[in-house]
Design a protein around this ligand. Structure first.
Ligand code: NAD
Length: 246
């Protein structure tokens, strides 16, 4: 059987790197994409069956180059994991337009552009798309106007993708992780937020990168062959409680 190919964005660290390693363990090859050239080199060093592509998912011409390089090296794409993301917490009055756009460019434009550019390749394989949103896209809070809005839009974009692309056998699903101690989260989670999450989450803890990666891998694989248009919270039960985001 020919190797399956995954394209994972934001693969240099955190959830994206854990996802890359899980696909590799399962025998896939992975195109690792990240705009942080040095961190991507460090992460991909020593990994077999990967290519490392240092590009920005929010720039249309760079996105075209990402898809072209992946197809040149691997010949196809079976799964697109739109994981690259940035976080910026602040209320509406403090979020100037530059901060707003910075979040939207990666978190929303990046998912739109990567998906649009990958569609011809995904049609060839009846491939799948997994978008990484957030519990911040399911619930409002006073701090997350840009981040939460971008992630809510990713949830809707997932449903659009599923509705439009199902006729080609392409599935699209979305994961809403709860808090995970990555660089992104630790830059915006104060001690108060950390404590509040521990209290509010039924499992009383943060998740780990691999717990999110396991869900991504499931949705990308044929084990989820009849699952599309779904939003899966991998959050220790947080969303089931109805408690507000800290
Ligand atoms: P992380 O900061 O460890 O990893 C994100 C990666 O994306 C970084 O390597 C970064 O360089 C890369 N990246 C950012 N913008 C990019 C761009 N425009 N082009 C290419 N690469 C880009 O963070 P993480 O926590 O692993 O985040 C992964 C995803 O999970 C994000 O979409 C994030 O919003 C989501 N998420 C994280 C948490 C959490 O608590 N960690 C919770 C919910 C959702």
């Amino acid at each position: 059987m020919t190797k399956k190919i995954a394209l994972v964005t934001g693969a240099a660290r955190g959830i994206g790197l854990a996802t890359t390693k899980l696909f590799l363990e399962d025998g896939w090859s992975v195109a690792m994409v990240d705009w942080d050239h040095d961190e991507l080199q460090r992460a991909s060093d020593g990994l077999e069956h990967v290519i490392a592509i240092s590009k920005d998912v929010s720039k249309p011409e760079q996105v075209d180059a990402i898809i072209a390089e992946t197809l040149e090296q691997f010949g196809k794409i079976d799964a697109l994991v739109n994981n690259a993301g940035v976080a910026d917490f602040g209320p509406i009055e403090d979020t100037d337009f530059g901060r707003w756009r910075r979040v939207m460019e990666t978190n929303l434009d990046g998912v739109f552009l990567m998906t649009q550019a990958a569609i011809p390749a995904l049609k060839e394989t009846s491939g799948s798309i997994v978008n990484i949103a957030s519990i911040s896209g399911l619930r409002a809070s006073t701090l997350r106007v840009a981040y939460g809005t971008s992630k809510a839009a990713v949830i809707q974009l997932t449903k659009q993708q599923a509705a439009e692309l199902g006729e080609y056998g392409i599935r699209a699903n979305c994961i809403c992780p709860g808090p995970v101690r990555t660089k992104l989260a630790m830059a915006v989670h104060s001690q108060d937020i950390i404590d509040a999450y521990h209290d509010a989450i039924p499992l009383n803890r943060y998740g780990s990168e691999i717990e999110i990666a396991n869900a991504i891998h499931f949705l990308a694989s044929n084990k989820a062959s009849y699952v599309t248009g779904q939003v899966l919270a991998v959050d220790g039960g947080f969303d089931s409680t109805g408690v507000g985001l800290p």
